[in-house]
Design a protein around this ligand. Structure first.
Ligand SMILES: *Cc1c(COP(=O)(O)O)cnc(C)c1O
Length: 370
């Protein structure tokens, strides 16, 4: 009997779960005659804003450009420092570099693997490059300590731009991520908790002026058609993706709850698997489990062991940003470097069942830890 391969993400399953509705949405767009920035984008922006509890959403082409445009809209310019973490995907850093700004890396909390507020305080007072924005990354679906981070940034008049690409629907202290900072960036890459069937992204802001500026920047700096008010770019969300996202948004909470059930099943087995370090969830955090991440010093061996059993564990991310050839900095971030060497993601997405989780747990129990 050949068992099914368990993947860390399965966008195809996400399509099949809502196939009829998605096909109908696509058909509606095909026959509408509107393909870019039309009624579907407008409706999605309104629905996503409502999901956030009010505010303004501006659909853009992808999550990387959402970060870039959000940073520009809060005033970041070439030469400015932008404080962020190094255990993130290259996209976060690439967005900063697109502006000609400089990433200033902040050490993480070694338990949650999220931006350490204490380290941020140190960075804000000591950085050689003046920091003009802070970008906490809600990594794996868990909010960073937004209370402490926003308080510190606010005390210095520095805007916070939240990287929410992995955390649609997560909350900190009962309030949705994306509503804490001056602006927030979302990605709708197909594997995200809210995923399109292609590229997509959005900037969210409670501040109408910030949102208005992103609206200009996403289309050549136009305030009105054919009149560029400031230098902008093309970063538009298309109608097909917006229509698809409107369907997917209706299932986001249910799918996040499904992820949480699978995560709870993993966590319930933690005591019987002492060879692994299990996730630490902050007391104020409502985690949406974009990734279920455990740690071991024998990470690469465990990835191989699971792979041989049809279980694909992901590694997000093996090389921290300050060790990437493109962004190398001669600094040392011991907690970040340790995390990158030890993390692996166990399969945890809405296309899986608790039986699948039990199969992963059974495999882990066979793993000969010393
Ligand atoms: C996916 C992701 C991005 C980039 O989103 P794209 O849509 O792929 O450009 C940025 N930051 C984080 C943390 C991500 O996971």
């Amino acid at each position: 009997m050949s068992e099914k391969i368990l993947l860390t993400a399965d966008p195809g399953a996400g399509f099949r779960a809502h196939a009829d509705e998605l096909r109908a949405a696509v058909e509606r767009v095909l026959t509408s005659g509107y393909y870019i920035l039309g009624p579907e984008v407008e409706a999605f922006e309104a629905e996503f804003s409502a999901y956030q509890g009010g505010g303004h959403t501006v659909g853009v082409a992808n999550g990387t450009e959402a970060i870039e445009l959000a940073l520009r809209a809060v005033g970041v310019r070439a030469g400015d420092g932008v404080a962020t973490v190094a255990n993130t995907v290259s996209a976060t850093i690439s967005a900063i570099e697109q502006i000609g700004a400089r990433p200033v890396f902040v050490e993480i909390d070694s338990a949650t693997m999220l931006m350490s507020p204490a380290a941020l305080a140190e960075t804000l007072t000591q950085s050689a490059v003046p920091v003009r924005a802070v970008v906490p990354v809600h990594l794996y679906g868990q909010p960073a300590d937004l209370g402490a981070i926003c308080a510190q940034a606010q005390a210095r008049g520095i805007p916070v731009v939240e990287d929410c690409a992995q955390a649609h629907g997560a909350r900190w202290a009962g309030r949705r991520v994306g509503t804490w900072g001056a602006a927030a960036a979302f990605s709708f890459y197909p594997t995200k908790n809210l995923g399109a069937l292609g590229d997509g992204g959005a900037v969210f802001s409670g501040d109408a002026a910030v949102a208005e500026r992103v609206r200009r920047l996403r289309q050549y700096g136009w305030r009105q058609r054919y009149l560029s008010e400031e230098p902008g770019r093309n970063s538009r969300l298309d109608e097909l993706q917006a229509a698809i996202l409107r369907v997917k948004l209706r299932y986001l909470d249910a799918e996040n709850a499904h992820r949480a059930r699978l995560a709870a099943r993993y966590c319930a087995a933690a005591r019987s698997l002492p060879g692994l370090v299990w996730p630490t969830v902050g007391t104020q955090a409502e985690h949406v489990w974009h990734q279920f991440v455990v740690r071991t010093q024998k990470r690469d061996a465990l990835v191989e062991f699971l792979s041989a059993r049809g279980i694909r564990a992901g590694v997000l991310y093996p090389v921290p940003a300050h060790r990437q050839p493109a962004y190398a900095q001669a600094i040392s971030l011991p907690a970040t470097e340790r995390a990158c060497a030890e993390v692996l993601s166990l399969p945890c997405h809405p296309g899986l069942t608790e039986v699948d989780v039990d199969r992963v747990l059974a495999a882990l129990k066979e793993w000969p830890t010393p």
